[in-house]
Design a protein around this ligand. Structure first.
Ligand code: NAD
Ligand code: DAU
Length: 388
């Protein structure tokens, strides 16, 4: 039997590589693949931070390009000049709360931007005789939110679960997933889509539940828990997600989709209480934390969970997500390594060691971006509890 040679990515274009998962992926990939280059294309919105790539810059194997995925010409030039054979597409507007307040950017980047990227890839890899010479791969990073909301005893999302997005964010991601599928079926673009659950870990902007809770706990600010706090999410340590994407790039079949999750369903209030209890232990064993964070409740001898505040629910709030990773396990050998407890320990350790990173992204790049993009309007301030 003649076996087909496996696809081996050489030069990667990583869109959104200055964001949370993208930056983790860049570090992960460069650390494990000694040959080939990465070009990061990122528009540096409030969620993108060049400092997240700093330990790697300057690096002969990494180039940063400040630009928009919607700029088809720029993308085309990068694909040609850098001899890119693989796109790993992370760039997106990603925060559900923001999509409720202001959906336009979500459609612009997640739908129109993804389509511009697909068009540029099709032109370079399938149409242009200078570059349509070899194998290529378009890996699209998507979310479990496209499948909608589960009841308490519904089976977990499979790759065959019908799409039922409920927020402008998940609707925009669903639209992008459909476009990726269409470019495979219609034009033969070699695409793979992965849909994964809630990531957490280093470099996550403190607007999402885990880093927001952590930063607010350290500053003695309220922890806003939406509704009754019983909504369930599946939590995936970001390095496990990067491992899943690597498996897709190496062994994923063109046109396929794979679900990734952490097999760790928890209610939001359980996650917040776990963070509180873990941080309390850190304060008890490291006296310098009291000096560094005098406003933290633990510094005054109170337990961290005294800051929990139940607030009005997010509109359209999905009740439960759960991901069946059976296909990725069987076909790719995927298996998450971190438990929620070990992942939370690693995340807390990283945030305590990297206070300059989160202080500067919240006070510096975020505020500059808000002033330019939302002058005079009511943008969401990640440092304040969300009020619907
Ligand atoms: P993030 O918000 O942290 O980062 C997004 C990055 O994209 C930023 O660096 C931003 O500057 C960049 N960007 C935004 N618009 C752009 C544009 N028009 N052109 C170029 N760059 C642009 O996002 P994340 O949490 O790292 O998510 C990455 C991807 O993974 C997204 O596609 C998201 O839908 C998906 N995803 C995220 C999670 C999660 O829990 N964070 C879970 C499942 C799927
Ligand atoms: O499921 C994957 C998705 O996970 C990704 O596609 C999204 O990009 C990512 O933002 C995330 O979406 P969520 O809405 O699940 O994440 P978030 O951290 O915003 O919220 C997690 C849960 O916690 C959700 O049920 C809402 C709740 N929450 C969130 C915040 C920010 C609170 O109770 N209080 C909060 O302050």
């Amino acid at each position: 039997m003649i076996s087909t040679p496996r696809f081996r990515p050489r030069n990667l274009l990583v869109t959104g590589g200055a964001g949370f998962i993208g930056a983790n992926f860049v570090h992960f990939w460069l650390g494990r693949h000694p040959t080939g280059r990465i070009v990061v294309l990122d528009a540096l919105t409030y969620a993108g931070n060049r400092s997240s790539l700093e330990p790697r810059e300057p690096d002969q194997r990494l180039r940063f390009v400040h630009g928009d995925i919607g700029d088809e010409r720029l993308v085309g030039e990068l694909l040609y000049d850098e001899m890119i054979d693989t796109i790993v597409h992370f760039a997106a507007e990603t925060h559900v709360d923001r999509s409720i307040h202001d959906p336009d950017d979500f459609l612009r980047t997640n739908v129109i931007g993804t389509h511009a990227l697909l068009k540029a890839a099709r032109m370079a890899w399938l149409e242009d005789p200078r570059t349509a010479t070899g194998e290529h791969r378009f890996h699209h990073v998507s979310t479990d939110e496209v499948y909608g909301s589960l009841g308490p005893s519904d089976p977990a999302f499979r790759e065959t679960t019908p799409y039922a997005p409920n927020s402008p964010y998940s609707a925009s991601k669903a639209a992008a997933d459909h476009l990726v599928r269409a470019y495979h079926r219609t034009y033969g673009l070699s695409t793979v889509t992965s849909n994964c659950s809630n990531n957490y870990g280093p470099y996550q902007f403190p607007e999402k539940l885990i880093p927001l809770t952590l930063v607010n706990l350290l500053h003695g600010k309220p922890i806003p828990v939406y509704g009754d706090g019983q909504n369930v999410r599946d939590w995936l340590y970001v390095e496990d997600h990067c491992r899943g994407i690597e498996l897709c790039l190496l062994d994923g079949a063109p046109g396929e989709t794979y679900n990734f999750g952490g097999n760790k369903e928890r209610t939001n209030v359980e996650v917040v209480r776990l963070l509180c209890a873990t941080l309390d232990r850190w304060f008890a064993s490291k006296p310098d934390l009291t000096r560094r964070f005098p406003d933290a409740p633990r510094s005054a001898g109170r337990p961290s969970d005294c800051l929990i505040e139940f607030v009005r629910d997010r509109p359209g709030h999905d009740r439960r997500y759960a991901v069946d990773v059976g296909k990725a396990e069987r076909e790719l050998g995927y298996r998450p390594v971190e438990t929620l407890e070990t992942g939370i320990e690693r995340t807390i350790a990283w945030y305590l060691d990297n206070e300059p990173w989160w202080s500067s992204v919240m006070d510096g790049s975020y505020r500059r971006w808000m002033a330019t993009n939302y002058a005079g309007s009511q943008g969401l301030d990640p440092t304040e509890p969300r009020r619907y």
